[in-house]
Structures are given as structure tokens and as C-alpha cells.
Design a protein around this ligand. Structure first.
Ligand code: ADP
Ligand code: MG
Length: 303
């Protein structure tokens, strides 16, 4: 098995849980003994530092990308096994950055750490597309909300354009009482469902506490789901204390990140999903296709 160690955490729509996913996957693996770096590659809307109580008053990724500061100076230890590379938050600094240097940053971190997670900005601009091609694999993050799923399709297409590879989809803020089929969402995107992270008030509280959710509320439903996802990605055991906390009453939805590869086999091309679509849905598909084309045009004209 080829071992993927650099992951880009990406989404089409903002506010879907990318930073939460980056921080908690990273922390779960660090707690399991892996050496991890989390990188705020969301150069325009940096906020990872706040999730881990970091106030980078000096060197940030912006300095590395704008005036060649060393990556070591922009690397901050959070706990024993995990470091963060924060981005600056000032717009002036952002204007000076050249995202191309990110490939050197990734190469350097890849050598030093077991896992590197790039928290990528939403949307289709040049600096969001570039990291998609630098990572070994892209983890798409979306809520089950149709608008967010729709925008994931663009990120998927852009990943291919950037020469990258999509590992699969993580659906966040899922609700046990929902009758939405998470498998079907993944099948429509023709990508594996890597896991589902339930809605959990602890997620927001942990940000206020400046502590990763898997530390702040380790036995809560979202933390448990993140630990399972981390274990699956790395192919290691990560103990979770509650085995059924995220189980759904009807057992219909996948509640952990067991591979759904049978349901999302590329050979079937999501045909089961499209066979159930009505006029409304196919109209949505047309629109999605147009959006993807214009997204790519936009991304290209940006270069
Ligand atoms: P992004 O990085 O994609 O913009 P964030 O990780 O910052 O998204 O999450 C956006 C908001 O959603 C935050 O307020 C976060 O606390 C909240 N959130 C993320 N995941 C969950 C969850 N599983 N349950 C409840 N709230 C969540
Ligand atoms: Mg974010």
C-alpha cells in the first residue's frame, strides 16, 4: 500500500468544518504517537491558530512565502507530537505572498513529520487550487447541505486539474435524525465516504476554549468520529472509549469511517444514484456542470 502522508483538507464552500477537521485529525494522530504538522494554507482567511491557542506574533507562513523566512521559524510546537504553521492575518501581508513557495514548504515538512495536514481555503482561487496538487491526497469536507455538496464537486474537479488525487469525502455536522443518505451523497460525487462527523456543540465550545475537540471533549460524538477517521487514514488503532455514541437509531447511516467502497465503486459510476433522480435533480446537474466549467476558467485566468 502506498503510504499517503500529506493531506489537503479542502472544500468548495467555507464554514463547513475544514479547520476543525485539520486540527482534530492532526491531534488524534499526534496523541497516537505520530509526528504531525498542521499548516494553515488558508492564506486569505487564516484562523487555525485560534483553534489551538496560538498567537503567532512573529513569523508566519506569510513571511515564509513573501520574504523567504525559514519554515522552522514559522513552526510552533503545540504539544509533544504536533506543530502548527500558522498564517498571518493581515491583508497587507497576504497581498505579498506567493503561494508557489508552498511546494518547498510541503517538501520540507514531509521530510520532518509522519503526517502533514494542509488546511486549504475554500473556493477556486489560485492559492486554494495549488495545495490540492501538492498533497498526496485531498480530503473533501462538506456538510450534507445541498449547496455545500454542490460546491464540493468543483473542488473535486479542480483537484484533478491540479494533478492531485481525492481520497474521499468527510461529511460534517451530520444529524442522526436526518433521513439524508450520506452514502448517496458520496456516490453522487463518485468518491468514497471516508467518514461522518456528527453535529456536536462541543466543536464550537472547543474553539472558544482554544483546545482541540479531541482533547476538550474526547468522548463526545464528534471527537470519537475524528479518532476513528484518523485511525482509518493511518491504518492504526486509536482507542475510543465510547463504541456506540455515534450510532444511529435505525442503523441506516454509516456512523464511522468504514470503507464504503462497494457502494461507491467507480465502475458503477453512481448510476444507482442517477437512476433515482427526477427533473429537478438533473437540472441541478446541468447547473453543476456549468459551474464547474466556469470555476475552472476562473481558476485558470487567475494563473
Ligand atoms: P472551515 O474551516 O471550513 O471554515 P470550521 O472548521 O471553522 O470551518 O467550522 C465552522 C464552524 O462550524 C465553527 O464554528 C465550528 O465550531 C463549527 N463546527 C465544525 N464542526 C462541527 C460539528 N461537528 N458540530 C458542530 N459544529 C461544528
Ligand atoms: Mg477554516
Amino acid at each position: 500500500m502506498s503510504h499517503e502522508t500529506v493531506y489537503a483538507i479542502a472544500s468548495g464552500k467555507g464554514g463547513v468544518g475544514k479547520t476543525t477537521t485539520t486540527v482534530n485529525l492532526g491531534t488524534a494522530l499526534a496523541e497516537a504517537g505520530e509526528r504531525v504538522a498542521v499548516v494553515d494554507a488558508d492564506l486569505g482567511m487564516a484562523n487555525l491558530a485560534g483553534f489551538v491557542s496560538l498567537s503567532p506574533d512573529s513569523t508566519t507562513l506569510h513571511d515564509v512565502l513573501s520574504d523567504g523566512a525559514s519554515i522552522d521559524d514559522a513552526t510552533y510546537r503545540i504539544t509533544e507530537n504536533i506543530v502548527a504553521v500558522p498564517s498571518g492575518t493581515s491583508l497587507d501581508e497576504y497581498a505579498d505572498t506567493s503561494p508557489e513557495g508552498l511546494s518547498d514548504v510541503v517538501a520540507e515538512l514531509r521530510d520532518q513529520f509522519d503526517y502533514v495536514f494542509l488546511d486549504v481555503g475554500a473556493g477556486v482561487s489560485h492559492e486554494t487550487v495549488l495545495p490540492l496538487g501538492l498533497a498526496d491526497a485531498v480530503i473533501l469536507v462538506s456538510t450534507p447541505e445541498p449547496a455545500a455538496v454542490h460546491d464540493s464537486k468543483k473542488t473535486l474537479e479542480l483537484t484533478e486539474r491540479a494533478g492531485g488525487k481525492v481520497a474521499g469525502l468527510v461529511l460534517t455536522r451530520t444529524r442522526p435524525e436526518s433521513d439524508v443518505s450520506y452514502d448517496e451523497i458520496a456516490a453522487r460525487l463518485e468518491t468514497p465516504l471516508l467518514g461522518t462527523i456528527p453535529e456536536d456543540p462541543g466543536a464550537r465550545e472547543s474553539v472558544y476554549a482554544g483546545t482541540p475537540l479531541v482533547v476538550y471533549r474526547p468522548d463526545g460524538p464528534a471527537a470519537t468520529a475524528y479518532k476513528r477517521l484518523a485511525a482509518d487514514l493511518a491504518g492504526i488503532e486509536i482507542p475510543t472509549t465510547s463504541n456506540e455514541s455515534s450510532a444511529t437509531p435505525d442503523g441506516d447511516q454509516p456512523t464511522d469511517s468504514i470503507s464504503q467502497s462497494d457502494d461507491t465503486d467507480p465502475d458503477t459510476g453512481g448510476s444507482s444514484a442517477s437512476s433515482t433522480t427526477d427533473g429537478d435533480e438533473s437540472g441541478g446537474r446541468e447547473a453543476a456542470h456549468d459551474d464547474v466549467s466556469s470555476a475552472i476558467t476562473e481558476a485558470e485566468s487567475d494563473t
